[in-house]
Structures are given as structure tokens and as C-alpha cells.
Design a protein around this ligand. Structure first.
Ligand code: SAM
Length: 257
């Protein structure tokens, strides 16, 4: 997959793309991300990308022509013109389903807004607007990184063990089960003093080596958590027979969740 990002702060995006799973995927060639400095597509000496809004009011607006030139330049380097995504608090909210849909594309271009946003006419070249949530950020760089990360995880070959993606929260409409690592028992001292201490133990079943029991415990925890925290997800969750039975039991006796 190839993702192009158009931004006035390329360094902010490039730096983040060097880390972790996405950074390794780019290094291995499993994913290509090209970051374009919007100022490179200006034609004036001062490389101006913004201007005051018609009609007055506070703030600046990203000018349309540099964005159009950037999109043309990207389109000229690929066989199929990639879909253009505008980051916008007014867009479709990014969900796992949206990330899955995007992960099936050969690539796409993300335009990062700034200031009061982009000139409305840019939308003539935009295929979809994506928001990462109902709050307003200063720019589209963080949303672009969120989109890249959530989509990249779903591209085959990006995450080493694809079972971990399959088990992630939302992948089947369930939240993930709780995870523990060593040590098996942990003594923590209460805040503000030496005593009392509480022993925090890993559930016995995870130490039992009984894989059938562990699998069932995880299913039960995932369903219990989803029921307690995000019951709205269960209506469209893809459950197997065993999970449906666990859900029936937990729903009948919420004390057990
Ligand atoms: N005045 C705009 C509005 O109310 O719709 C907000 C502009 S915001 C300060 C600047 C840019 O940040 C936006 O053009 C967009 O690219 C990005 N942005 C801010 N919040 C976002 C969000 N929740 N999701 C995606 N992009 C966002």
C-alpha cells in the first residue's frame, strides 16, 4: 500500500512514521508513505500556503492552488489516481470498519488541514472527509498519523503476528480480553504510605497451561467487558456458538461480568 500525505509540517509526520510497527513496515517495504511539503507546491517567493478568509473573521485558510498542484503531482507518479482523504472534524468518524475499508485500497492521499481549515473548493478533489473524533485539533497531521496507523495494522505483512490484529478490540465487534505479563504476583504499596499492601495476582487460569480453559476465559472476559463497557457493539458482533452462550449467561446474570 502507498499512502501520500500533504502537510505544511512534514517533519512532524515523518518523525512519527519512523517508530514502531509502522516504522518497521516502511523499512521492510510492506508499506510506503510519502510525505509532501505543501510549501513545495507554491509559486511565490515566500511560499505562502494560506490567506485571509473572504467575508472576514479570525484565522487563515489554506489556499486551494497549492493543494491542487500537490494532488496533481502525486497523481502523475502513480498508475491509478489515489482516493483523496481530507482530515476534518466535519468528516465521517474513523472506526475500525472505516480503517478496514481503507486497508483494502491500493493507496490513498491524505490532506492535512491547518488554521481555519482548507478553502471549500478543495472539496471538489476530495473523495471523503475523515474525522478522528468530536473535538478540534490544530491541524490534520495527528489525524493523518492516526489514519495511517489504524490502516497499516490491517495491511497484510505489517503486524508480525496477524492473530494479534484479529484479536484486537473492535475487530470482531468485541473489546479485547485483559492481558497480563510477568511477574505472576505483584505487591503494590498503597499511595501515601508503606501499608497496607495489596497483592495483585495474575488469574490462575492463565498460569494453568490449560489452553482450552484459557481460550474460554478470554472469550468470557472479552464478552463481559464489551457487555459492561460497550454493549452497543454486541448487536453487530460476529460471535460463535460458544460466545453466544457466554453472552446469554452473562446477560442473564450481570453480577458475573
Ligand atoms: N474550523 C474548522 C471546523 O470547525 O471545522 C476546524 C479547523 S481545525 C483548527 C484545523 C484542521 O485540523 C482541520 O482543517 C483538519 O484538517 C484538522 N482537524 C482538526 N480536528 C480534527 C478532527 N477531529 N479530525 C480530523 N481532522 C481534524
Amino acid at each position: 500500500m502507498r499512502i501520500d500525505i500533504v502537510t505544511i509540517f512534514p517533519a512532524m509526520v515523518e518523525q512519527a512514521l519512523t517508530a514502531g510497527i509502522v516504522g518497521r513496515a516502511i523499512e521492510r517495504g510492506a508499506l510506503a508513505v510519502h510525505v509532501h511539503d505543501l510549501r513545495a507546491f507554491t509559486t511565490d517567493r515566500h511560499r505562502v500556503v494560506d490567506d485571509v478568509p473572504y467575508g472576514g473573521g479570525p484565522g487563515m485558510v489554506l489556499k486551494p492552488e497549492p493543494i491542487f498542484r500537490a494532488l496533481d503531482a502525486i497523481a502523475a507518479t502513480v498508475e491509478t489516481v489515489p482516493a483523496v482523504i481530507l482530515t476534518s472534524p466535519q468528516g465521517t468518524t474513523l472506526t475500525q470498519e472505516v480503517a478496514e475499508r481503507l486497508s483494502r485500497k491500493p493507496g490513498f492521499t491524505i490532506v492535512c488541514g491547518r488554521y481555519e481549515g482548507v478553502d471549500e473548493r478543495v472539496r471538489a478533489r476530495v473523495d471523503e472527509e475523515i474525522s478522528i473524533g468530536d473535538y478540534v485539533l490544530s491541524g490534520g497531521e495527528l489525524p493523518a498519523l492516526v489514519i495511517v496507523d489504524s490502516v497499516a495494522r490491517l495491511v497484510p505483512g505489517v503486524v508480525g503476528d496477524e492473530r494479534s490484529v484479529a484479536e484486537d478490540s473492535f475487530s470482531r465487534g468485541l473489546l479485547d480480553f485483559p492481558q497480563y505479563t510477568r511477574p505472576a504476583a505483584l505487591t503494590i504499596v498503597a499511595r501515601g504510605g508503606a501499608a497496607p499492601a495489596a497483592a495483585l495476582k495474575v488469574p490462575d487460569v492463565l498460569l494453568s497451561g490449560n489452553h482450552a480453559e484459557i481460550r474460554r476465559w478470554r472469550k468470557r472476559e472479552a464478552i463481559g467487558r464489551t457487555l459492561a463497557r460497550r454493549p452497543d457493539l454486541l448487536a453487530s458482533a460476529a460471535l460463535d456458538d460458544e460466545e453466544r452462550e457466554i453472552l446469554r449467561q452473562l446477560a442473564a446474570d450481570p453480577e458475573k461480568t
